[in-house]
Write a protein that binds this ligand. Sequence first.
Ligand SMILES: C[S@@+](CC[C@H](N)C(=O)[O-])C[C@H]1O[C@@H](n2cnc3c(N)ncnc32)[C@H](O)[C@@H]1O
Length: 226
Amino acid sequence: MTADSARAFVLRHTSLRPVTGLEEVRLHLADEVLPLWHAVQTATGDPDAAIPFWAFAWSGGLAIGRYLRDHPEVVAARRVFDLGSGSGLCAIAAVQAGASAVIAADVDPFAAAAIELNARANGRAGARRITVWQRDPMLDDPPDVDVILAGDCLYEATLAERIVPWLDVARARGIDVIVGDPGRRYLPTSELVELASYLVRTTTELENLDHKTGRVFALRSGRRPA
Ligand SMILES: C[S@@+](CC[C@H](N)C(=O)[O-])C[C@H]1O[C@@H](n2cnc3c(N)ncnc32)[C@H](O)[C@@H]1O
């Protein structure tokens, strides 16, 4: 799958629209997960292809977007890293809040294509300030940034087991870590300080509730990673 064909696939299976509750952000979104997931499996020839996370705005990311709108000073004029960027929702919200540069990282090639298209669809600043990384950031040390955003990344045990220690290392190095989550079970609650909560409307029918409470947390400093 080339970058061009991934972009064409995203455009074919989504429509560009404002995000409910965060209308200043426009994303290429889909309505139903299962037919799109099937199309991804067919296009890649991979029956184990990942769910098309990138075609939906997830509650953790929506909560971070709302939080950055209310508190732009968290990212304004700062370098930001969006972990598990999906559609690029948090990265775009960070640019709109005044971030100087944003790296949007996701392992999924369709996510990389969607982030690029969505960054462009949100004006010149998005296209200029967002750099897309299609790779697993946890294979390396945390990047040299001021803030890491982790919107709805802690949805699987094995992934959370890798992400949380990596975020601990980042925090120990002085990077601010902001986590957005709707209360998934792998959230390291004892390490987090709640900053805000928002009633958000997810765009995926995979979530069993139309509206969810998305919480925004800061990772505590002081805990030394092993
Ligand atoms: C539930 S989605 C959240 C997307 C977006 N942050 C939001 O809130 O709408 C989680 C994303 O994490 C990405 N992901 C999973 N494992 C990853 C890894 N090891 N490195 C980077 N991204 C990863 C998935 O591809 C997916 O796009």
